[in-house]
Write a protein that binds this ligand. Structure first.
Ligand code: DGL
Length: 261
């Protein structure tokens, strides 16, 4: 048993979509969220820049005594997870686009992947997609401007809808019946995505539930689950300013209302 918090990290607000799943499914666990608002977005930065930023944040979480860290950011996982695992003596859960569940459940044989440029360039994504390429056709696209829309609370605007439509519609017309959300910011755009999809049989695939299951398994294997003896605590840290920290806390409530298959 270990009542220390689980650290949840993202370049900004996006990791809250994972945070909400952890909170829902692991109600005894305290969660300490770090949003690197000062350096967001990561998607177009170099590996060195991202590794430095992620290391800075993770060190702060480790100094606060977290027992495990969920890197709730596909781009940070792609560029820095090897470094983190070598540098810190605690378990890490990383994120990568959910190609496998999408490929195995697709009936049309075409799947769409939306992610940042850094994630699509990464070794993890390239290896996983190669494994499923003979089974499904994979259409991968960068969600240009999506992270910024979410960071600026503009995901319900007409601009958001148009940007989403521009990427999603060609995928659906090409036959995609599964759209993998390969960036944790993107579920915040699910309303716009569902508007584009309409009544067509196309599903959004969000990896948050699988990440929660992996976290739960690691807690169990390590014998570090919370005892349940005290109420869980939810805290938010950021590299940005106090206003951003308050946005994190407010947005966490919005994330809690999201539901995915
Ligand atoms: N939420 C991050 C991810 O999952 C966004 C990366 C970025 O800041 O570009 O990839």
């Amino acid at each position: 048993m270990n009542d220390a918090p689980i650290g949840v990290f993202d370049s900004g607000l996006g990791g809250l979509t994972v945070w909400s799943e952890l909170r829902r499914r692991l109600p005894r666990e305290s969660l300490l969220y770090y949003g690197d608002g000062k350096n967001c977005p990561y998607g177009d930065k170099t590996r060195e820049q991202v590794t430095e930023a992620v290391d800075f944040a993770v060190r702060r979480l480790v100094d606060r005594g977290v027992k495990l860290i969920v890197v709730a950011c596909n781009a940070a996982t792609a560029m820095a997870i090897d470094h983190l695992r070598a540098a810190y003596p605690i378990p890490f859960v990383g994120l990568e686009p959910a190609v496998k569940p999408a490929a195995l459940s697709s009936r049309s044989g075409v799947i769409g992947i939306l992610a940042t440029a850094a994630t699509l360039r990464g070794r993890l994504f390239r290896e996983t997609s190669r494994r499923y390429e003979d089974r499904v056709r994979i259409i991968a696209r960068v969600g240009e401007g999506f992270v910024e829309l979410v960071e600026q609370n503009r995901e319900r605007t007409e601009e958001a809808y148009r940007r989403v439509e521009r990427l999603l519609e060609p995928m659906i017309e090409a036959g995609a019946d599964r759209i993998v959300l390969g960036c944790t910011h993107y579920p915040f755009l699910s309303e716009a995505m569902h508007r584009v999809i309409g009544d067509r049989d196309v599903r959004l695939v969000n990896p948050a539930a699988a990440v929660e299951q992996r976290t739960e398994a690691l807690l169990r294997e390590g014998g570090i689950e919370a005892s349940g003896g005290s109420r869980p605590v939810y805290e938010f840290m950021t590299s940005a300013d106090e206003a951003y920290r308050q946005r994190l806390a407010a947005k966490s409530e919005e994330a809690r209302t999201m539901r995915f298959e």
